[in-house]
Design a protein around this ligand. Structure first.
Ligand code: PNS
Length: 164
């Protein structure tokens, strides 16, 4: 059984993320979507809200229990060990992602050489989509409904209304 951990902030999950996940399911038997619980980083959604949105969005994908949603804190490589995963799955979009991802992959390899980082290229339809840009556009009244899974679209609007 090949398990990969797909870590991230997922604040919130976008269609860019779900497309990486769908591609990842071709390569792995089980993917653990792991939301970083980072009290130092200000997020729009709580970890529980993010997990709920990921669960709702991935349920629509039809992979059943091959996709697991969880949260972690501390070192990612330690979490991978707990999950029995030898692979960290990350998505790559534009060149701008490369340096950050290269640094993380090398740091993780230094911390645990048994855990490999595998990158999947983002679908070109979503290569410009990031959680931060989606939030920014939505806050300014832009229509981002095609860039996020259905369950996220409604919650994003509700959150923005509540914060006004
Ligand atoms: O979606 P993001 O914010 O780009 O994801 C970043 C994430 C969660 C993958 C990264 O911050 C992380 O792995 N944090 C855990 C702490 C850790 O293991 N740090 C050392 C390796 S860089």
């Amino acid at each position: 059984m090949r398990t990969a951990v797909y870590p991230g902030s997922f604040d919130p999950i976008t269609k860019g993320h779900t497309s990486i996940l769908a591609s990842g399911m071709k390569a792995f038997d089980r993917i653990v979507v792991a939301v970083l619980h980072n009290p130092r980083k200000t997020a729009m959604f709580t970890v529980d809200e993010r997990i709920e949105m990921i669960r709702e969005s991935t349920a629509e994908m039809g992979f059943g229990d091959r996709i697991v949603v969880d949260q972690f804190d501390g070192l990612l490589v330690e979490y991978c060990k707990q999950q029995g995963a030898e692979v960290i799955l990350r998505g790559l979009r534009a060149v701008a992602d490369f340096e950050y991802e290269l640094q993380m992959a090398n740091m993780n390899r230094h911390l645990n050489p048994d855990v490999e980082t595998v990158f999947i290229m983002a679908d070109d339809a979503y290569f410009y989509v990031s959680s931060n840009l989606v939030k920014e556009a939505a806050k300014l009244g832009g229509d981002v409904s095609e860039l996020v899974p259905g369950p996220v679209s409604d919650r994003l609007q509700a959150k923005i209304e509540a914060q006004r």
